[in-house]
Ligand binder design. Structure first.
Ligand SMILES: NC(=O)c1ccc[n+]([C@@H]2O[C@H](COP(=O)([O-])OP(=O)(O)OC[C@H]3O[C@@H](n4cnc5c(N)ncnc54)[C@H](OP(=O)(O)O)[C@@H]3O)[C@@H](O)[C@H]2O)c1
Length: 310
């Protein structure tokens, strides 16, 4: 048996599952969280996962790796089975992986790649694992305030919030008219609108576990947007927003956000259904996402769409 697993059971160590630990917020969180328990690192790139595992174990931590493409529902389901087979005492799951490409793309099921990764895959992963998590486990999902059309910094940049028509329409890459002129933003905002709504619905429906969400702030120095983000936007997000009001008020770094995440994920307070800001304080979702009817609609439509994938 793997030494980490033996150590974990003998010491009654907590374990944490973290998606997207190979970069940005997820990487900073993995390093910080490794001091609180064993990690199950879930990512799409085996080599990058091994590098993070090595860094953690060099500092005395313990980490397992599970390869998973969160945009692909089949990959999500087999990764969840692999994690369950590890048999570790999981205290928390961090749904952190996410993308914001400016060019449209499709996943293995032919769905919009951004919506598939940030909402459908993340939701499928959560549901596949939920029944194996012990009572009171914390599930924290990284959302984004970009879903709110009234959010000041996003509004100034010409973003129009989530553009939800239906879950099936979003999977097909169709958004409510009148959206943002910036490529990829409607897909991103709608994916975050849906995962936030579904998280709040799960919190009301499943009282055995604790479901919360986090807006991590405008976090500089990550790879969000990737190589195809124009250099000016990279500079804007990476540096200028940290000093220009009103953006600076919401500015964060991967390390600062990681501290908030570690606190929420390792907490025993039993809080559920709360949307936290980058400082770990409760904040409001958009008016639409705050409606329980909307949350339940997103939940049921998402489950129906995923059920059709055999
Ligand atoms: N940065 C911000 O200002 C900001 C603001 C609001 C919300 N967020 C959210 O914060 C989260 C982390 O973002 P970040 O800024 O740290 O970005 P990042 O540096 O690009 O990290 C994203 C992580 O997700 C992983 N990932 C992407 N697609 C995946 C897939 N299909 N399957 C598995 N893993 C996948 C990436 O893996 P690879 O290393 O293999 O690419 C990487 O580890 C995201 O959910 C993002 O939407 C960020």
């Amino acid at each position: 048996m793997d030494l980490c697993i033996t150590k974990s059971w003998e010491m009654n160590n907590n374990s944490y599952i973290i998606t997207g630990p190979t970069s940005g917020i997820g990487y900073a969180t993995a390093l910080a969280l490794a001091k609180h328990g064993n990690l199950i690192l879930v990512g799409r790139n085996e080599q990058k996962l091994q590098e993070v595992k090595k860094t953690i174990e060099t500092s005395g931590g313990c980490a397992f790796t599970v390869v998973c493409d969160l945009s692909d529902i089949h990959s999500v389901r087999s990764a969840a089975k692999e994690i369950i087979a590890l048999g570790l005492p999981v205290k928390g799951l961090l749904n952190n992986a996410g993308i914001m490409p400016s060019k449209p793309g499709k996943n293995a099921q032919g769905w919009d790649i951004t919506f598939a990764t940030n909402h459908l895959g993340t939701f499928a992963f959560t549901e596949a694992l939920a029944s194996m998590l012990p009572d009171g486990a914390n599930i924290l999902t990284v959302a984004s305030a970009i879903e709110d059309p009234e959010r000041k910094p996003a509004k100034i940049m010409g973003m129009k919030g989530g553009r939800f028509l239906s879950v099936a329409a979003s999977a097909g890459g169709e958004w409510k008219a009148g959206g943002s002129k910036m490529p990829g933003i409607d897909a991103y905002a709608t994916s975050k609108q849906c995962i936030l709504a579904a998280t709040l619905a799960l919190a009301r429906q499943d009282l055995r576990l604790h479901y919360n969400a986090l807006e991590p702030g405008i976090t500089r120095g990550t790879n969000l947007g990737g190589e195809d983000t124009p250099a000016f936007l990279r500079f804007l997000f990476g540096h200028l927003m940290a000093i220009i009001p009103p953006f600076s008020r919401f500015s964060s770094t991967p390390q600062k956000t990681a501290r908030v995440i570690v606190q929420l994920l390792s907490s025993d307070t039993g809080k559920t259904g709360i949307y936290f800001d980058e400082k770990g304080k409760p904040m409001l979702a958009s008016e639409q996402v705050r409606q329980p009817e909307f949350q339940d609609l997103v939940l049921s439509e998402t489950r129906a769409l995923l059920l059709a994938i055999k």
